[in-house]
Design a binder for this molecule. Structure first.
Ligand code: ZN
Length: 442
């Protein structure tokens, strides 16, 4: 019998600390050895000459909608698109499935569905809504990665946003469970007033929509929820910060000793209001896209180590819900992008702005594993799970609609040229994506 199940030879291994030539040996789904030259026999060997080897991405922010709303996206199509983009683990948000994940019963339904359909490792967020504070413990006991609350309406009728009382009480409970709360931080008061005023005046362009959800609305909500975190001791994670001005508020809190982390998303790092104007619904999200100078500043925050995590916030919907004719207040807010995260970070970050590969590994694998206690993931090292992505950094490609593995083949990134192509994705030692094709291992 061979010593190892799989041997990856002659690749350029990228960790959060360094980049080096080497081999990786795998057995029973685990990395057994990482070194410059492994001389051992293996059942399967991959020649990674000319390829970079990354830890598989951990996408801590996706909306796969299943069960119950699978016509928007599904666990099979969503997970396949992640594999095609080099991700090996996802955390699914609690709101878009029906029923939403607000108690144990609904969590177990989603888990069963994911176990059957996902080609990568699934993990789940539990919801914090005004109705379920007494259910947080059962969700925690059944393995949610943390809790998610909205400070403004979520867009889903049966997933209510957390008012201040819910947030405060919920955070006390979550702190006692030693779990974490992720929040969508926009001020309801500011956004609703501005939106109503704009629409009353017939102002419904892309720019009007963006102005109705200003950066100050994020800042206000972030400051408020940070003050609750300080009072309750609840570990806090701010998702999808759209501007460095928001990140600065979080940075100040970190310096005061508040246990808070921040995520941004590939769309805030590569798209602007101009894209929203040109592409309509495909580029609509909340918080909205900002202007070019904000994109540059956000990259500076990435370079400066002020961002902890990059998650896709893949939030797809059927084309009919993404069509905007003239009123940008209509149509679903959410971007289809899970397949493109690594492509965007390599093209816009590594190649265009000299962001080190090690930083990209930190933001997409090592940091999320640490923040969310995935103790066997996020690193290419002996003893860790064999979740691995092989990338050809020298290969350019234009993203075509047909390349997308989403249920609905649309994305604001279609037609763009990317440098750095995912060649293989390995989950638990099994190749699940190989040269454009999903490999079924079940
Ligand atoms: Zn989201």
């Amino acid at each position: 019998m061979a010593t190892y199940d799989l041997l990856i030879k002659n690749g350029t291994i990228v960790t959060d600390q360094k980049t080096m030539q080497g081999d990786i040996a795998i057995k029973d789904g685990k990395i057994m050895e990482v070194s410059t030259n492994i001389n051992a026999d293996a059942t399967q060997e991959i020649d990674a000459e000319g390829l970079h080897i990354f830890p598989g991405l951990i996408d801590s922010h996706v909306h796969f909608n299943e069960p119950g709303r699978a016509e928007w996206e599904g666990l099979e199509t969503g997970s396949k698109s992640l594999a095609a983009g080099g991700a090996t683990t996802f955390f699914d948000m609690p709101l878009n499935s029906t029923p939403p994940v607000v108690d144990k019963e609904n969590l177990l339904k989603k888990k069963a569905c994911a176990d059957e359909k996902s080609v990568v490792n699934p993990r789940f967020w539990g919801g914090l809504v005004p109705e379920n504070i007494d259910k947080l413990k059962e969700l925690h006991d059944n393995g949610v990665i943390g809790f998610k609350a909205f400070m403004s309406p979520s867009g889903i009728d049966d997933f209510h946003h957390a008012d201040d009382e819910t947030l405060f009480k919920g955070m006390k409970e979550i702190a006692s469970l030693e779990s974490l709360l992720a929040v969508h931080a926009e001020s309801t008061v500011i956004c609703e007033q501005l939106a109503a005023e704009k629409q009353r005046n017939g102002q419904t362009t892309a720019r009007d929509f963006v102005e109705s959800r200003p950066i100050i609305s994020e800042i206000e909500a972030v400051k408020r929820v940070i003050s609750y975190a300080e009072a309750t001791g609840c570990k806090l994670h701010i998702v999808h910060a759209s501007s460095r001005k928001v990140v600065e508020v979080i940075e100040e809190a970190k310096k005061r000793g508040v246990d808070v982390t921040v995520e941004t998303c590939p769309h805030y790092l590569s798209l602007t209001v101009k894209d929203l104007e040109e592409q309509g619904g495909l580029a609509k999200c909340m918080p909205p896209l900002r202007d070019e100078d904000e994109v540059d500043e956000l990259w500076n925050a990435v370079k400066n180590g002020e961002i902890n995590v990059i998650g896709s916030d893949h939030s797809p919907a059927p084309a009919s819900m993404k069509t905007i004719t003239d009123n940008f207040f209509e149509g679903w807010g959410g971007i289809s992008g899970a397949q493109s995260t690594l492509n965007i970070l390599l093209t816009e970050g590594y190649f265009k702005r000299n962001v080190p590969l090690e930083t990209i590994v930190k933001l997409t694998a090592t940091n999320p594993a640490e923040i969310f206690n995935l103790t066997t993931k996020g690193k290419l090292a002996a003893g860790f799970d064999a979740d691995i992505t092989l990338v050809n950094l020298n290969e350019d490609f234009v993203l075509n609609k047909e390349d997308l593995m989403y249920r609905h083949q649309h994305s604001p990134y279609v037609g763009r040229t990317y440098k750095g192509k995912v060649k293989k994705t390995i989950v638990g030692g099994n190749v699940v994506f190989d040269n454009g094709e999903i490999i079924e291992n079940k």
